[in-house]
Design a protein around this ligand. Structure first.
Ligand SMILES: NC(=O)c1ccc[n+]([C@@H]2O[C@H](COP(=O)([O-])OP(=O)(O)OC[C@H]3O[C@@H](n4cnc5c(N)ncnc54)[C@H](O)[C@@H]3O)[C@@H](O)[C@H]2O)c1
Ligand SMILES: O=C(O)[C@H](O)COP(=O)(O)O
Length: 386
């Protein structure tokens, strides 16, 4: 029986996919965590924990270095909520161009007045159209590419900036989207700027005072990525200077409160029934695949390694990516008369992963003995359930 512990609101749709070999939230000593945005940076991890699946895209809540050193595989599910974010961002583009929040505030405060009369005396709610306006999309991954394509479908001129764009992601982007060679080239002519990058050391403050200065007067700015990717104090200064017309973000920050030109939504970009179900189902499938086969696809901290599991037993080893690891492991097995049916190895950055298929049950102390090899981080024996 495997134990799964959940954090945050995890859609039942994914938990329903777990087979009878799984129980949920029965113990803290879990084999797997299924999480959303819970901040794990200060968390202690149980000894048994083998895998963390983040139902959603952003993984800045997972201390990847520490998790990897503990031999825990970490995965996210990028794309599972991308459509939800796209729809909200498009709504916010329209809302900012048509002053929808000011209109909503006005009508809420004037419930006894005939609001239709106000149009005759006051044109403060006259808006602009998105058609032919320019949108800069910073980050063209799962979310950014959908936003760029949808804005293009609405007749906007769209410029994308993503120096690290994968070739897979590039296939998803309409050939109408112009690719900028620099941040400045992307933002300098834009009427709207929207940011869709992961939160890292490099992207913290990606949109700061300098970038805001490079933008057109009256630009509308959106941040549905993470707190800190836009420097909020710099954004407030630019709003005060009327450089930026409006700022819409999914992440609260006290410098933003009580302003008519700012709208803060409570981190709901990915909060739809469909997106939460997608993330939870993908997270549950990731957990089952990793625990039952050791196979890895698109982990955050391990290389891809997918080997058909056709033997009765399998050993998996997470170890440092240094010379002679595979040799030492194979020697240890040979010294103990264990025949290797198949062996595969791959590396990602400083971490390597080895899968060894065995036609017989390994002796009990093998895990300890292999773990004692210098630079071996974690060893698992998996019994084939098929
Ligand atoms: N508000 C929400 O609820 C919500 C929902 C989903 C995602 N997000 C956030 O949005 C981020 C993006 O999500 P995604 O699913 O598109 O992720 P993704 O990994 O598919 O795409 C991120 C893209 O950003 C690009 N990038 C990285 N650094 C960059 C830089 N300095 N300049 C320009 N581009 C850069 C990458 O090359 C990649 O193409 C997530 O990491 C998460 O923090 C928020
Ligand atoms: O990165 C994400 O996927 C989103 O920010 C959603 O976060 P949540 O799962 O906490 O809603």
């Amino acid at each position: 029986m495997y134990n799964v512990k959940t954090y945050n609101a995890i859609s039942q749709a994914g938990l329903d996919r777990l087979t009878n070999n799984y129980q949920v939230n029965k113990t803290d000593d879990a084999d797997a965590y299924l999480i959303r945005s819970v901040d794990l940076h200060e968390a202690e991890f149980p000894k048994n924990l083998k895998v963390i699946a983040r139902a959603g895209a952003g993984f800045n809540n997972i201390p990847l270095d520490r998790v990897t050193k503990a031999g825990i595989a970490a995965f996210n599910t990028p794309g599972s909520n991308a459509n939800a974010v796209k729809e909200l961002v498009i709504a916010m583009l329209v809302a900012s161009a048509r002053h929808m929040f000011a209109v909503a505030n006005f009508s809420a405060k004037n419930i006894h007045a005939d609001i239709s009369l106000m149009k005759k005396t006051d044109d403060r709610f006259k808006g602009t159209e998105l058609l032919n306006k320019r949108l800069a999309v910073i980050g063209l991954g799962h979310v950014g590419s959908l936003v760029a394509n949808a804005a293009n479908d609405l007749g906007m001129k769209v410029t994308g900036f993503d120096p690290f764009l994968s070739s897979d992601a590039a296939w998803n982007i309409s050939n109408q989207i112009e690719r900028a060679a620099s941040m400045k080239a992307a933002i300098q002519d834009a009427d709207f700027v929207t940011v869709h990058v992961p939160k890292t050391k490099e992207t913290t403050g990606l949109i700061g005072a300098e970038e805001l200065k490079q933008m057109k007067d009256g630009v509308h700015l959106l941040n549905y990525s993470r707190l800190g990717i836009v420097d909020n104090q710099a954004a407030v200064d630019a709003l005060d200077a009327k450089k930026v017309a409006s700022y819409i973000t999914d992440f609260g920050d006290k410098v933003l409160y009580n302003r008519e030109d700012v709208v803060v939504t409570p981190h709901i970009g990915g909060s739809t029934e469909e997106a939460e179900a997608n993330g939870s189902i993908r997270g549950a499938n990731i957990i089952m695949k990793y625990l039952e086969t050791g196979n890895v696809k698109n982990a955050l901290n391990l290389p891809d390694l997918n080997v058909p599991f056709n033997t009765p037993y399998r050993l998996t080893l997470i170890h440092e990516n240094i010379p002679n690891m595979v040799g030492q492991i194979a020697t240890k097995l040979a010294d103990n008369d264990l025949n290797i049916e198949g062996m595969s190895n791959a590396a990602k950055d400083k971490t390597a992963y080895t899968i060894i298929d065995l036609d017989q049950e390994p002796y009990e102390d093998l895990v300890n003995e292999l773990t004692q090899i210098n630079a071996v981080i974690r060893v698992r024996i998996i019994k084939n359930q098929k």
